[in-house]
Design a protein around this ligand. Structure first.
Ligand SMILES: NC(=O)C1=CN([C@@H]2O[C@H](COP(=O)(O)OP(=O)(O)OC[C@H]3O[C@@H](n4cnc5c(N)ncnc54)[C@H](OP(=O)(O)O)[C@@H]3O)[C@@H](O)[C@H]2O)C=CC1
Ligand SMILES: O=C([O-])CC(=O)C(=O)O
Length: 267
């Protein structure tokens, strides 16, 4: 059985724990919460048969098989980098964090010192395997459009672009590079960053973000062209009730990735 530590226990974390509750091969022993949020997280876990222990940092002697980040950009600096140094393999969903200059190199160096690995999870998008394979032959362009219901853009810079409560049609709230999208919309542009890291990079991947009051889905659409030919995909994700910014597929992506570490055949 794999012993897992999870960072963050919000919409994604709780849903992952629910799916793993009866899993014979994967066990989340510890959850790392923000300082001051331990009691709240314990409350969220109260109905679990064997709730994980809630901590605010990984104990010095803890050696989980895997550490999975489901928290947000700041958790990479705070928890993932030190865990890598200690040789703990890490899975990351807040891929947009890697848009910060120098962070990719710091993660690589920490993993090399710890002789371990980092896995960036596809989260709310699919087709990352095809895109990163296409990159081997050379890519010419990758264009991504992220469309979410207006409420998903609350408390983001989109509020300065339009009145999210008043718009009655789809409204473009951002056009630019994936690097800038990830900086401005950390909770909404992880897909943009993931596509960039798999494909043309953060500065050459073109991003359009749309607030759509007529949509109930988080729609991720991208088109890639290159030596391999062309490829486009549209993924219409259902948002999680607990957090409309986040698609349910992100939860399944975490469970799939953890399962791939435990099962004899990974797919
Ligand atoms: N790759 C992808 O496709 C996607 C990635 N994401 C990423 O996943 C993250 C989590 O999403 P979601 O669960 O919906 O968000 P939530 O806000 O529902 O939950 C995040 C939880 O993590 C906790 N947290 C934040 N920072 C830290 C920290 N440094 N250490 C420990 N706990 C922390 C928060 O606690 P508190 O509020 O008490 O700090 C909160 O409980 C998002 O921020 C986003 O970056 C999300 C969707 C898709
Ligand atoms: O969950 C989603 O639909 C994607 C998301 O928030 C992101 O790209 O950060």
């Amino acid at each position: 059985m794999l012993n897992i530590t999870m960072i963050g226990c919000g919409a994604i974390g709780v849903a992952v724990l629910e799916l793993l509750e009866n899993d014979a091969q994967l066990r989340v022993e510890h959850v790392i919460a923000s300082a001051g949020s331990e009691a709240l997280v314990q409350q969220r876990l109260a109905s679990f048969k064997r709730p994980p222990q809630v901590l605010t940092a990984l104990p010095a002697d803890a050696r989980p098989d895997l550490l999975v980040e489901c928290a947000g950009h700041k958790a990479i600096e705070e928890h993932v980098l030190p865990a890598l140094e200690r040789g703990i393999a890490c899975l990351i969903v807040s891929v947009g964090a890697l848009s910060e200059l120098g962070l990719v190199e710091r993660l690589e160096a920490a993993a090399a010192r710890g002789n371990t690995r980092i896995e960036l999870l596809p989260g709310a998008i699919g087709g990352i395997d095809a895109l990163s394979a296409a990159k081997v032959g050379g890519l010419d362009s990758v264009d991504y459009t992220g469309r979410k219901p207006a409420r998903a853009w609350k408390n983001t810079p989109a509020e300065e672009v339009c009145n999210l409560d008043a718009i009655d049609q789809a409204t473009v709230i951002f056009e630019g590079s994936a690097r800038e999208a990830a900086r401005l919309y950390p909770k909404n542009a992880n897909v943009a960053a993931t596509l960039s890291l798999a494909g043309l990079g953060l500065d050459r991947t073109r991003v359009t973000l749309i607030a759509d009051p007529l949509s109930e889905e988080n729609v991720h659409h991208f088109e890639a062209r290159g030596a391999f030919g062309g490829f486009e995909m549209s993924l219409r994700g259902k948002p999680l009730q607990a957090n409309p910014k986040t698609s349910a597929l992100t939860v399944y992506s975490v469970v799939r990735a953890l399962g791939n570490h435990a099962h004899a055949i990974s797919i």
